[in-house]
Design a protein around this ligand. Structure first.
Ligand code: F6P
Length: 323
């Protein structure tokens, strides 16, 4: 393999830059030319592709976001879009691809690989941590730490004013961020799409807290929670317990940016290296992940179709630690 390209796609995640850096430098180390594709699949279709040097990735390991920019592409989901993208790569002699992103990115990558046979390796880069085949995704640890520091601040107000706070964290279809924040932030409860916690359970929990003279409570709600968003849930609770002083805080995109933690930088560097070495060793149509702290390759098909189970013990712990 003489020439590969790397791109970031879908929602950005802190640590993506560290990953791009690792891909570029590992490829150059092996004597492989590297191209950067800007704006994900959209840039691939448009030919927004440039040759990268070692200095192209200087001074980015500590930066959030992605220097390659990112996008969610509708065009690539059409056969015409993929054909154009393939021609752009062919024109430049690109023989392999490294795709950094989440399940949407890998759905596209898998179609591309199946249609054109071009070797593609995916690297899980999403704050949601929702990909089967990797215990951790790039950006998750940073997002959790960012959310936690916000929750710590909110706790001060909750405590000073004897309030109940519903704090919504990101996670489109998954509760990973919420669970970690629930444990790390000492929440009374977490509401995540993977479990059947209902609004009645929350009301019950708050009543019990009141009976035990708890003066403030924090409930962490995952964005993808099936019983509604944090505002809707808070409204329902307030109608049952009007004596409570309830506030809602939606943390939003603050969780997607910022300086990546050491964990994310190291994870990104390891996965970037494994992606390049995987391509060189003939791996294709796969995502590279970390399982039990070891590099593991999982086919795109499995990575995007299987859901990663949440650890029930973690939820049990939230309950126990908030008695
Ligand atoms: O997939 C990562 C994520 O941050 C989700 O948690 C969230 O639902 C989504 O992206 C938001 O996407 P956008 O920034 O495109 O609104």
């Amino acid at each position: 393999m003489k020439s590969i390209a790397v791109f970031t796609s879908g929602g950005d995640a802190p640590g993506m830059n560290a990953c791009v850096r690792s891909v570029v430098r590992n490829a150059l180390y092996l004597g492989i030319d590297v191209y950067g594709v800007k704006y994900g699949y959209n840039g691939m279709i448009e030919g927004d592709i440039y040759k990268m040097k070692s200095y192209s990735v200087s001074n980015i390991i500590q930066r959030g976001g992605t220097i390659l920019k990112s996008a969610r592409s509708k065009g690539f989901m059409t056969p015409e879009g993929r054909k154009k993208a393939f021609e752009q790569l062919q024109k430049r002699g690109i023989e392999g691809l490294v795709a950094i992103g989440g399940d949407g990115t890998f759905t596209g990558a898998n179609l591309f690989y199946e249609e054109y046979g071009l070797p593609v390796i995916g690297i899980p880069g999403t704050i949601d941590n929702d990909l089967f085949g990797s215990d951790y995704t790039i950006g998750f640890d940073t997002a959790v730490n960012t959310a936690l520091s916000a929750i710590d601040s909110i706790r001060d107000t909750a405590n000073s004013h004897d309030r109940v706070f519903f704090i919504e964290v990101m996670g489109r279809n998954s509760g990973y961020i919420a669970i970690q924040c629930g444990i790390g932030g000492g929440a009374e409860m977490v509401m995540v799409p993977e479990t059947a916690t209902t609004v009645d359970d929350v009301i019950q929990n708050l009543k019990e807290g009141r009976d035990k003279d708890k003066t403030s409570s924090i409930i962490v709600v995952a964005e993808g929670e099936v019983h509604g968003n944090a505002h809707e849930i808070a409204d329902k609770v307030l109608s049952e317990l009007p004596e409570l002083d309830i506030r809602v805080s939606t943390l939003g995109h603050v969780q997607r940016g910022g300086t990546p933690t050491a964990f994310d930088r190291i994870l990104a560097s390891r996965l970037g290296m494994a992606a390049v070495e995987g391509l060189v060793n003939g791996k294709k149509g796969m995502m590279v992940g970390i399982v039990d702290n070891q590099i593991q390759y999982t086919s795109f098909k499995i990575a995007i179709s299987k859901s990663k189970p949440i650890d029930e013990d973690m939820l049990r712990m939230v309950k126990i630690l908030s008695i």
